[in-house]
Design a binder for this molecule. Structure first.
Ligand SMILES: *[C@@H]1O[C@H](CO)[C@@H](O)[C@H](O)[C@H]1NC(C)=O
Ligand SMILES: *[C@@H]1O[C@H](CO)[C@@H](O)[C@H](O)[C@H]1NC(C)=O
Ligand SMILES: *[C@@H]1O[C@H](CO)[C@@H](O)[C@H](O)[C@H]1NC(C)=O
Length: 332
């Protein structure tokens, strides 16, 4: 036993040494600071001046800027940073229930919990060797277990890729003794120049549930989605890439997802939303990656993983059938 203990501590100290050396040599550009109302937030920058911010309250990304300092997400002009009110804008995490599709209050509780920074999460194979990331974790608390009796660990990595993309990797582990199901969405408010002049592409001929009509099922016969009134649709079994084309800015936002089959497209238009400024709807659209129609099942000890990756390319690169990222992003 003494021997095992020795081996354990040797391994531990080596791991510690490696971690310390790695931290010293990487210069990971992470700053922990106080945001609005003294809420903790993390700011991550890369060497090109791109950045994102994430509040520990909600594990919510509230800013994503490109190398010119342009903000690519929208926060409500009336966002409330006062727990337990959820923050309106950025990228809310709707977990373990999307909307009112189950027994919990609408949109679950993850966006109303205090997440923690996790220094050494289980390794996550990274496609890039970006160092501009932060790992957060939310563990079910005793109070959570009273309303949703399933022990879980939700690990979130938020990462700026080499091409300026922002990637959110979600890992939900079942640390309980029985399987559980959840529904889920990541709800990014993307900045657009004018909601009346944008198009959402990639959902032609797909079925959607109209959330303004009690989730009645329709098929979308339009080539692209345009906006001139409130729209709230849950598209089913969607492709992995959906594009938001902003003609005025000559740019296209690509929303790429893995591990989640559905997508939600939303703009409230003139519908009254108490914590949204009256003109805010003009400058954002949400295209969400989601798993709603078929809940995700996680068995005890197992982990589910889902990815939401967002990047912006010139619109000229977004047309055609080729993979726009591969053929264009490096040579815009
Ligand atoms: C979880 O989902 C599966 C498949 O969708 C279903 O068969 C099962 O009854 C669900 N379990 C619970 C506890 O809702
Ligand atoms: C947005 O686009 C609509 C339709 O083209 C136009 O009427 C409106 O003036 C535009 N708004 C702004 C702020 O440019
Ligand atoms: C909405 O749909 C549900 C289930 O499909 C049904 O039970 C309910 O009566 C509907 N409500 C309205 C207002 O149509």
């Amino acid at each position: 036993m003494g021997n095992k203990g020795n081996v354990g501590s040797v391994i531990f100290f080596w791991a510690l040494l490696v971690a310390v050396v790695a931290m010293a040599t990487e210069h990971r550009p992470i700053e922990r600071t106080k945001g609005i109302n003294g809420l903790d937030k993390i700011i991550v920058r890369d060497h090109r001046g791109r950045s994102f911010e994430v509040y520990l309250y909600g594990g919510q990304v509230t800013s994503w800027k490109n190398e010119k300092g342009e903000e690519l997400l929208v926060m409500s002009s009336k966002a409330i940073f006062n727990p337990p009110t959820p923050i309106r804008g950025g990228i809310p995490i709707l977990f373990p229930q999307y909307s009112n599709t189950g027994p919990l209050p609408s949109h679950g509780f993850a966006r109303q919990r205090f997440w923690e920074v996790e220094a050494n999460p289980p390794p996550l194979p990274s496609k890039t060797s970006s160092h501009a990331f932060v790992d957060l974790i939310l563990r079910s608390s005793d109070d959570d277990l009273k309303i949703w009796p399933h022990k879980f660990e939700y690990r979130l990595r938020v990462e700026l890729g080499h091409d300026g993309d922002l990637t959110l990797t979600s890992r939900v582990k079942n640390s309980d003794t029985k399987p559980f199901n959840f529904t889920f969405a990541l709800h990014p408010y993307f900045a657009v120049s004018n909601i009346s002049e944008i198009q959402v592409e990639g959902l032609h001929k797909l079925d959607y549930l109209d959330q303004q009509k009690n989730r009645t099922r329709f098929t979308d016969h339009e080539k692209v989605i345009t906006f001139n009134a409130q729209l709230d649709r849950l598209y089913l079994s969607t492709p992995d890439n959906i594009r938001i084309v902003d003609h005025k800015k000559k740019k296209t936002i690509v929303v790429h997802k893995e591990g989640q089959v559905d997508s939600i497209v939303w703009n409230p238009w003139d519908k009254k939303v108490s914590d949204l400024g009256v003109d805010d709807f003009k400058r954002f659209v949400t295209v969400e990656s989601a798993a709603v129609e078929k809940p995700i099942t996680v068995n005890p000890g197992q982990e589910w993983k889902g990815i939401l990756q967002m990047y912006v390319i010139p619109s000229s690169c977004a047309s055609g059938k080729h993979d726009p990222k591969k053929s264009c992003i490096h040579h815009p």
